[in-house]
Write a protein that binds this ligand. Structure first.
Ligand SMILES: Cc1ncc(COP(=O)(O)O)c(C=O)c1O
Length: 502
């Protein structure tokens, strides 16, 4: 933009009827023009007299603006020669002096590059069939806001300052009661540490209990978020296969015990099997013999359809090797960012100090609201109501799958949780199917994204049903089914059509 265009550009944007003084408006606009590069470094500004005349404003206003721009370093004035736009670009954004030579490589660390390179987080977090998201529209927001308003009326300084100590004591008491009854977790309130969710709980455990280069067992396949957290701490991931009974380490895996094993025994993520009692006991015994820490990720077992929720692995642990982590994100709403860990007694002080050192705890007010929400029975009644609702949605989705594909595609992991897995025929590129589905407006996650070793990946799609209103499930699956039919081999598609028309 040259200086002649500058007056036109300002003219068009000044709002003379606005309450904001003219001085402020001109200053903001000129700063914006300089920061965005519309007024390039070195551009000579019009004299204050000319600009004032062009804009039909007082010359003093323009002089004030130029003084302020000079004081803040946006322009440089030199008596006699005029006022020029200063070069305020950071050094690296300026063109190289001689414009030759190789481009500077992006200076990410190796682990930074790996984290970003394999990032699993999706920009879309809502809609059919987003996995892992509860129906936040059903959250009893009025109740929450009433409890919140009441507590804010008597907000004490203790609730509003930093909060070292593992979280709000009454919440730790309420959660330990809940976990003892609902999940057979053996714990006292002291063993509970409140976190911002499972991601932070695992991050904290890894930082306190492992060293760079240590080996960590993860289930194959496993949650991408866990993989990212472990790898960012420099752990070497050892993928351990799962079968119908859960984690199934081979003889050679057992010969090299890891420092840490991360498991989802109640509802394997993402495939959905439950770890058998025999496997639980042998994992605990192995961990005891070899000083392995076990992290039990119990992310969604409140939602079981048909059978009762299973007891936790932590409840069987006699040696204090298990760190149990859970989240309120699935029970209430993910944006709450609240979770808890239950640490063995011998680690209580370490974890309380560690969390305060690393993340500077707070949010006691939010924790106090949650405490009342639990104590007044709202958590239990909300979870009960959601279990019924999600159970209906799960059935609607299974009915849609059966209507389209009969039993030609496997449905896995539908006994519990907020999602199921739809298996695709061997050889299908599930990432391509998920991308085509997204183009058609349906969110799914390809199973391939969850495998550390792509050679062992079997194709499939994760379908979250919890956040999809009942009436949208059929139409959304119809759209998805069209995408799937186009993607799988013609022979398969013919078979599916025959089955569906029976
Ligand atoms: C297996 C598993 N663990 C942990 C999480 C994340 O929990 P949070 O939101 O509490 O960090 C998820 C979210 O989908 C998950 O599927």
């Amino acid at each position: 933009m040259d200086t002649i265009i500058l007056s036109d550009w300002l003219h068009a944007r000044l709002d003379r009827a606005h309450a904001e003084p003219m001085y402020r408006q001109v200053l903001d606009l000129m700063q914006q023009a300089i920061l965005t590069g519309q007024l390039a470094p070195g551009t000579k500004l019009p004299s204050s007299r000319t600009l004032a005349a062009d804009l039909e404003i007082a010359r003093n206003t323009v002089l004030h603006v130029y003084d302020q721009l000079t004081a803040e370093g946006y322009v440089i004035s030199s008596t006699g020669s005029g006022t020029y736009v200063a070069d305020t670009r950071p050094q690296e954004a300026r063109p190289p002096v001689d414009n030759v030579g190789p481009k500077k490589p992006c200076a990410l660390s190796k682990r930074g590059a790996r984290l970003i390179g394999q990032a699993g987080v999706s920009p879309k977090q809502w809609g059919a069939f987003m996995p892992g998201v509860p129906d936040v529209a059903e959250f009893p927001a009025r109740t929450w806001s009433r409890l919140q308003a009441r507590l804010w009326k008597r907000a004490s300084p203790e609730l509003l300052t930093y909060a070292p100590g593992g979280g709000y004591r009454p919440l730790r008491r309420a959660l330990s009661d809940y976990l003892r009854v609902a999940r057979s977790v053996k714990c006292s309130p002291d063993q509970i540490v409140i976190t911002t969710g499972i991601h932070q709980s695992i991050d904290l455990a890894v930082r306190l209990l492992t060293d760079f280069g240590d080996r960590a067992w993860v289930e194959e396949p496993c949650y991408w978020g866990v993989r990212s957290v472990l790898q960012s701490s420099g752990l070497t991931l050892v993928p351990i296969p799962v079968d119908g009974e859960g984690l199934n380490p081979l003889e050679r895996d057992m010969r090299e015990p890891p420092r840490l094993a991360l498991v989802t025994p109640s509802h394997q993520y993402p495939l959905g099997m439950v770890m058998s009692l025999a496997r639980r006991r042998s994992l605990l015994e192995f961990a005891r013999q070899h000083d392995v820490w076990i992290i039990e990720d119990d992310y969604d077992s409140e939602f079981r359809y048909g059978s009762r929720p299973l007891a936790s692995l932590q409840g069987l642990d006699e040696a204090g090797q298990v760190i149990y982590v859970g989240s309120l994100g699935k029970m209430l709403f993910p944006g709450l960012r609240m979770g808890y860990m239950v640490v063995p007694e011998q680690l209580v002080d370490t974890f309380r100090t560690g969390i305060a050192e690393l993340y500077r705890e707070g949010q006691l007010m939010q924790q106090a609201v949650l405490t009342e929400f639990i104590m007044d029975g709202y958590l239990t009644s909300h979870v009960r109501r959601m279990r019924t609702l999600y159970g209906e949605r799960r059935q609607l989705l299974i009915d849609s799958i059966t209507a389209h594909f009969g039993d030609t595609l496997d449905v896995m992991g539908d006994e519990a949780g907020l999602h199921l897995v739809l298996g695709l025929p061997d050889g299908t590129d599930d990432r391509a199917v998920a991308a085509a589905a997204l183009d058609a407006g349906v969110v799914t996650r390809p199973l391939a994204n969850y495998y550390v070793d792509q050679a062992s990946a079997r194709p499939g799609l994760m379908l979250g049903y919890a956040c999809v209103p009942n009436e949208q499930i059929g139409p959304a699956f119809e759209t998805l089914a069209n995408v799937i039919e186009k993607a799988i081999a013609p022979a398969d598609a013919r078979r599916h059509r025959k089955v569906a028309s029976r």
